[in-house]
Design a protein around this ligand. Sequence first.
Ligand SMILES: Nc1ncnc2c1ncn2[C@@H]1O[C@H](COP(=O)(O)OP(=O)(O)O)[C@@H](O)[C@H]1O
Ligand SMILES: [Mg+2]
Length: 370
Amino acid sequence: MKLKNPFLTAGYAGEEYFCDRVEETGKLLGAIENNRNVTLIAPRRYGKTGLVSNAFARLPEGVAGVYLDVYATRDLAGFTKALASAVFGALDTPVEKAVSVIGRFLKSCRPTATPQSDGTVKFSFDVTPGNAEATLKEVFDYLKARKRRLVVAIDEFQQVREYPEAGVEALLRGYVQFVPWISFVFAGSRRHLMSEMFVLPRGAFYQSTQILNLDVIPFDRYLAFARKFFSREGWKVDEGAFRGLYDRFDGVTWYLQAVLNKVWETRTSLLSGEQIEKAVAELRDERALVYHDLLAAQNGASRNVLAAIARTGSVREPTSASFLSANGLKVASTVRAALKDLSRKDLVYKSDDGWIVYDRLFAEWLRALP
Ligand SMILES: Nc1ncnc2c1ncn2[C@@H]1O[C@H](COP(=O)(O)OP(=O)(O)O)[C@@H](O)[C@H]1O
Ligand SMILES: [Mg+2]
């Protein structure tokens, strides 16, 4: 499939439109081929989900991939529902067979089959807090009985830490270790939560997975990727202009893709910083209503801290006297509480360079406020 605009800002359309990640894809596939589980950690918008898609597109013969995103789940029932839908949704058997398989294994919850316009059937499962544990067991019973090579990628896995039930991680770890022919990929964007589960000795998944920290795509490879498409049209990409774009967003994939997508739309060479400025302003303004509501939904202290971080760029010591006084913030304890609140909502992020506004376009919008 040939895309009119080669710079995707959502989804995956094959390796032609996928920049680099050669080593990371190799590592992921190597782990899968050797029956290791993987923990994939990177901040949002770096390209975790894209990497999983890219690896899934090259799974060895006979290995199927199952993907689920648990970001929106709130409890074990939500998790189980997502897992059951993904596992049984991936059944490549005729509908009648799928129904009989599901009926055989799932006794604790009622599945509903909805015919889709493309002739397939979508299953959904009535999982409630009351039957969640039983259904989860049945899903794993099915996976155990099936004994086929499978990769199960669970995206935004740190979400399980927010569930009200106790011991969810230990429960899942227990199931996972008894299906060694299934490789699990646990992807997550909240580094410290992922570390607590997978890296620290007290974590339920301690030493049970290979850790893969995903960094941004290197400058040279991104430039070459952009030039590949521009040059086909007879357009140039100036290295200095591209450097400005790359550095402005610290190389984070989604922003580069979004800006390149806009510049491409103008059907001309990328030669100047003004072109990037214009694209960024467009992206920012398209989101103005959302950002306005998002800011309005925060309490006063969080609003002030957000604005102060946006103005500063990145803040190493947000409770220092100099940061407080420079931004009209009064007490350190209020700032600490606000940071906790804001990071739980993924509005700020503690990077290696200090605290930043997580969504860089939101930061741009905050800076542009009068
Ligand atoms: N290697 C890549 N080359 C080109 N685009 C990519 C690449 N990785 C991710 N993207 C794009 O960047 C965006 C963000 O990536 P995504 O995988 O969703 O990030 P994450 O899962 O880490 O939040 C997506 O729209 C995706 O299409
Ligand atoms: Mg993702």
